[in-house]
Design a binder for this molecule. Structure first.
Ligand SMILES: Cc1ncc(COP(=O)(O)O)c(C=O)c1O
Length: 460
């Protein structure tokens, strides 16, 4: 008889997200499917109701209701003083292959950087915006989507970037696309059309930024980063550079004022282009966010942003603001550029325009700040020999482990224990001088902070 499947990630197997309603019915449905699909074979011990309730972030009552229902249906068997077990197995013909995501190894604790708090997506307000748009938009809007994005969203994004990011943006300079990554590839195509063959990219940097440059057929030239941000003095013979000035990814530094000035002077000198990735600038906890470099030199900076960190990468909506002198080569290099769904574009425009976006950002900023504080405190307690940097902003921080930790082996050991970690080395062209991890906390449940750090400490 199989033992309790302690290596199963119950919160993933039994996903309770979704529309509000009878959650115990959804839990019962998820359990029933797992039994029917053979994911939970006969004899499997289910976790005690209190434990499952903690894992799923729901009440114990809800779990006992769901267990009770499945006992009544004959899928589970409950005995006093013993675990509730699966008591039914599908016949060979009834068994469906388990869903792919069930088969994938899902970490118990995911400390990889990348996604925002997916539980915090403002479902109700987004649904309101979508409903309003669908009921009020003229039928003509259901035609072919306007090139470069819907004028309404372009205007709203331009206003938002001027107001919140200190950008210099007129609606005609804003292009709506699927996100930062896609935008970088498109602008790199325009660079290639103008004869540029190589683009400097911060080292370390996000792998997808490098891929976005390479996707346009350009060579990526790594340029080092120090505690003041990108080393502008090492930009050498290049004429274009991709940077993350508000919050360097992944070191978390903010581009120092003197470096900002030097970057602008460099771009003017070489008549080049700075590609400014403003991916998570909204999240600055201890001071006001720094404005964009684009606002200082709009003729030499292309600014990129998206809702991937503020709302969700699943929406696939982003934007870029181009210097007017680049519009023609951009359009020639990207003649058939697609746009996100017009309905979604108009919903985002309404969401921003009616204050929903600002409200959402204020709420999640508080949530991220307290989670960051909890993570930093837990690291200080459990890993007193380590050091954190890059904590002032964003959704990730850098944990310097000191000593001679083999981070590659640590990441593998952690994965085997259900803890997902990312080695700083994964973002660099050369190994870092000191072993370090990039810890993302955006999508880490608050109650997972302590156990995740305790597990990390035990592995070290
Ligand atoms: C450095 C960096 N830039 C940009 C993005 C967002 O990219 P996109 O808008 O293509 O989802 C991310 C998301 O993780 C990121 O880490």
């Amino acid at each position: 008889m199989p033992e309790s499947q302690t290596n199963l990630s119950w919160d993933v197997l039994l996903d309770l997200s979704g529309p509000a309603g009878a959650r115990h019915e959804r839990l019962a449905g998820a359990l029933r499917s797992a039994v029917r699909d053979g994911v939970l074979p006969v004899g499997t011990a289910l976790p005690p109701s209190r434990k499952l309730a903690t894992d799923l972030g729901c009440s114990r009552w809800l779990v006992t209701q769901a267990y009770g229902q499945l006992v009544a249906e004959g899928y589970l068997e409950a005995r006093t003083g013993a675990a509730t077990r699966v008591s039914w197995s599908p016949g060979r013909d009834e068994r469906r292959p388990p869903a792919a995501r069930v088969a994938a190894p899902v970490p118990r604790y995911d400390l990889a950087p990348g996604v925002p708090d997916l539980r915090a997506f403002p479902r109700r307000r987004w649904a309101d915006a979508l409903r309003d748009v669908l009921t009020t938009m003229p039928h003509t809007e259901f035609g072919v989507p306007p090139l470069g994005g819907h004028p309404r969203l372009r205007a709203v994004v331009a206003e938002y970037l001027r107001r919140c990011r200190g950008a210099s943006a007129a609606p005609r300079d804003v292009t709506i696309c699927a996100g930062v990554t896609e935008g970088v590839t498109r602008v790199c195509r325009a660079l290639a059309a103008r004869g540029v063959t190589a683009v400097a990219v911060e080292d370390p940097s996000w792998g997808r930024t490098r891929q976005a440059v390479a996707a346009a057929g350009l060579t990526v030239v790594p340029v080092p980063v120090d505690e003041d941000g990108v080393r502008v003095d090492l930009l050498g013979g290049t004429r274009a550079v991709v940077v993350t000035p508000a919050h360097q990814f992944p070191t978390g530094t903010v581009l120092a004022p003197a470096r900002r000035a030097a970057l602008v002077a460099w771009a003017r000198d070489v008549d080049g282009l700075v590609l400014e990735d403003d991916y998570d600038a909204e999240f600055r906890y201890d001071r006001r966010p720094v404005g964009t470099v684009q606002g200082m030199a709009p003729a030499h900076v292309a600014l990129f942003g998206s809702v991937s960190k503020t709302l969700s990468p699943a929406l696939g909506i982003g934007w870029h603001v181009l210097p007017p002198a680049w519009t023609e080569s951009y359009q020639a290099a990207n003649p058939a550029a697609a746009t996100p769904s017009v309905v979604d574009q108009l919903a985002l425009a309404a969401f921003i325009d009616q204050g929903g976006y600002d409200r959402h950002l204020r709420a999640v900023r508080l949530r991220y700040r307290s989670r960051r504080d909890a993570l930093v405190a837990a690291l200080a307690t459990h890993l007193p020999d380590s050091r954190t940097t890059g904590v002032a902003a964003g959704l990730h921080l850098l944990l310097h482990l000191g000593g001679a930790v083999d981070t590659g082996a640590l990441v593998r050991r952690a994965a085997a224990e259900g803890l997902r970690l990312v080695d700083l080395a994964a973002y660099r062209s050369t190994p870092p001088e000191e072993p370090a991890l990039v810890l993302g906390y955006g999508n880490l449940a608050d109650n997972a902070v302590l156990p995740a750090v305790a597990l990390l400490a035990s592995l070290l």
